[in-house]
Design a protein around this ligand. Structure first.
Ligand code: NAD
Ligand code: LMR
Length: 329
């Protein structure tokens, strides 16, 4: 079998970190051949073409073909998996919302091109920020493609949350499970430890022995650290996260295609679950079953959690309304 993967922003930082892992089989496994379509804007074509030359020099057995283009009709032709990474990243001092207008103009036309040219069962993952709202714009512009085929990346936030907990508890990170992200991929996001476990026991019990007052530690240390980690990376590195974002993208898409055995996080379209207004692309605890994201339902939500989810969802509503006011939705 061969899967056609379209990567936008293929000449950028995350693109460069993703391409070689995809070609090496990290995304779809060692038996699935891949055809890559690298979509860029004219200014980015040279970098994407350079990456294509290096892909050739990697002599990857799974890589059947690489095409570099600045034409969305060519870029999305026959696309099974679209990774929408190409966007303008934020710099020091900017919030992700500042990118709304700059990036809204990219995702509408790309959604339309996906509808016109991609495979009928295309799955689209949005990484470019503001990721939730960009996914909303792309989905709204993709006539005939079900909104469930669009999701936005919050796996990086979940990984950050699990890593912070593992470090605090001095345990291996893969023993920390069920730490969903709710809401927006932004500083309002809610990394939720209510149902989290470490080695099978509640994380909150394990935390109590170390941090004492768990609610205060969550409010003053954990949640801000995770929610502002993107800004911390920008400040320390001088530019936004790259390899960790590429890694999370690989994990998100791999889980979507192959399924999960536990919860993870993804921003997916709401049908009103947990009071999130219908149509918004919001992060939820999800499983992947038969190639589809399924929101984990029936969880009890405390008042504290409710307030945090509502605040992040309110920001998503504001973003949606701002894009509507720009005439882009
Ligand atoms: P980058 O500037 O290195 O690369 C972006 C690339 O996109 C550039 O090569 C640019 O030419 C290209 N591009 C711009 N408009 C395009 C278009 N219309 N079509 C195709 N390509 C286009 O940026 P980066 O560091 O690779 O980051 C990419 C995006 O990912 C940013 O929006 C960043 O904020 C976001 N990001 C998201 C997460 C997340 O967890 N969701 C994490 C990290 C970064
Ligand atoms: C991140 O979370 O690292 C990215 O969304 C980049 C950013 O702007 O924070």
């Amino acid at each position: 079998m061969t899967t056609t993967i379209t990567l936008t922003g293929a000449g950028g930082q995350i693109g460069y970190a993703l391409l070689f892992r995809i070609a090496a089989g990290d995304l779809l496994g060692p038996d699935e051949k891949v055809r890559l379509r690298l979509l860029e804007i004219p200014q980015g074509l040279g970098a994407a073409e350079g990456a294509a030359l290096e892909l050739q020099d990697g002599a990857f057995g799974l890589l059947e073909h690489v095409e570099v283009t600045d034409d969305p009709a060519v870029g999305f032709d026959g696309c099974d998996l679209a990774l929408l990474v190409g966007a303008r990243p934020r710099g020091p001092g900017m919030e992700r919302g500042d990118l709304l207008a700059a990036n809204a103009g990219i995702f509408g036309p790309q959604g339309a091109a996906i509808a016109a040219h991609a495979s009928s069962d295309v799955r689209v993952t949005v990484v470019g920020n503001p990721a939730n709202t960009n996914a909303l714009i792309a989905a709204a512009s993709a006539d005939g493609v079900p909104a469930e085929r669009f999701s936005a990346l919050t796996r990086l936030d979940e990984n950050r949350a699990r890593a912070q907990l593992a470090q605090t508890l001095a345990v291996p990170v893969d023993t920390v499970r069920r730490v969903p992200i709710w809401g927006n991929h932004s500083a309002t996001q809610f990394p939720d430890v209510t149902y989290a476990t470490v080695g099978g026991r509640p994380v909150t019990d394990a935390l109590e022995a170390i941090v004492g007052d768990v609610p205060t530690w969550l409010d003053e240390t954990f949640i801000p650290r995770v929610a502002k980690r993107g800004a911390e990376i920008i400040q320390v590195r001088g530019s936004s996260s790259v390899a960790s974002a590429a890694n999370a993208t690989i994990e998100h898409v791999r889980d979507w295609v192959r399924g999960t055995d536990d919860w993870t996080s993804a921003a997916v379209v709401s049908y009103g679950e947990y009071g999130v207004p219908e149509g918004l692309i919001s992060s939820f605890p999800v499983r992947s079953v038969d190639g589809e994201w399924r929101i984990v339902e029936g969880l009890e939500i405390s008042d504290r959690a409710r307030a945090r989810i509502d605040a992040s969802v309110a920001e998503l509503v504001e973003e949606r309304d701002a894009v509507r006011a720009l005439g882009m939705l």
